[in-house]
Design a protein around this ligand. Structure first.
Ligand code: ATP
Ligand code: MG
Length: 220
């Protein structure tokens, strides 16, 4: 899909009233995601507007800017939505990708999984990790596999790309791609791949600690 890049930077304010809701933001710092029409182009808005005039507004703005920065870097790549711009600081506007989230179609063919792994490998080759790969963040539109939701993505400068943390994040992305495949096909990766993709013990410890802290914070 080709969108006029000149749209970026001068987007009109979108009104959620004439929009189709894709996902309502319910948890902390989750945006409302809806499809609307800007300049006659179907557009997805990721909108953190409910945080306007709250203490969390700067964090929401930061999330919007981070995701926009990643999408800007990926412009021209078929496996990410085209960035259209930022609206009012708290909403990200991007190309609407038609199709279905991965796994909602009864049968997913091997080629789709191959494209998904290829897309993840391409991201990594460009120094970017996604960090939130799960079926709802992967759209399948015929032959096109599109990764969505780059809020948690990370890009480090070239000289840091072999840092243990980044290697872990790359491994995590690949492990998630294989987990998706296993969940949807029932096919487990071979023994060697399973060993390579398994979490090292220190990662499991850090992640479990973080989950406990996160749950405690949310239950307050
Ligand atoms: N560009 C797009 N085209 C089509 N559908 C989209 C697009 N972006 C998002 N969606 C749909 O909206 C859903 C929610 O979007 P997204 O994953 O970006 O938000 P989120 O998970 O709430 O965000 P976050 O993880 O940043 O809190 C996606 O799972 C997908 O179904
Ligand atoms: Mg998501």
């Amino acid at each position: 899909m080709h969108l006029p890049l000149t749209l970026a930077g001068r987007l009109p304010a979108a009104s959620p009233d004439n929009a189709r809701l894709l996902k309502r933001g319910e948890r902390l710092l989750e945006p409302d995601v809806y499809v609307t029409c800007l300049h006659d182009v179907p557009t997805v808005m990721k909108d953190y507007g409910r945080y306007r005039r709250t203490m969390l507004a700067p964090v929401a703005r930061l999330l919007v800017r981070r995701e926009a920065r990643t999408l800007r870097r990926l412009r021209g790549w078929a496996h990410a939505p085209v960035l259209l711009g930022i609206v009012g600081g708290l909403a990200l506007a991007m190309e609407f990708v038609p199709g279905q989230p991965l796994g909602t179609e009864a049968q997913v063919d091997d080629e789709t999984f191959r494209r998904l792994r290829g897309a993840v490998a391409h991201l990594h080759a460009n120094g970017i990790t996604h960090n939130d790969l799960h079926p709802a963040n992967v759209m399948v539109d015929g032959d096109r596999v599109v990764l969505l939701d780059f809020t948690a993505s990370l890009r480090l400068p070239r000289w840091m790309r072999n840092a243990p943390l980044l290697r872990e994040l790359r491994r995590g992305d690949l492990a998630n791609a294989f987990k998706i495949e296993q969940r949807l096909t029932g096919r487990a990766p071979g023994e060697y791949l399973s060993t390579v993709l398994a979490d090292p013990r220190w990662v499991t410890a850090v992640r479990d600690g973080w989950k406990r802290l996160y749950r405690r914070l949310r239950s307050r």
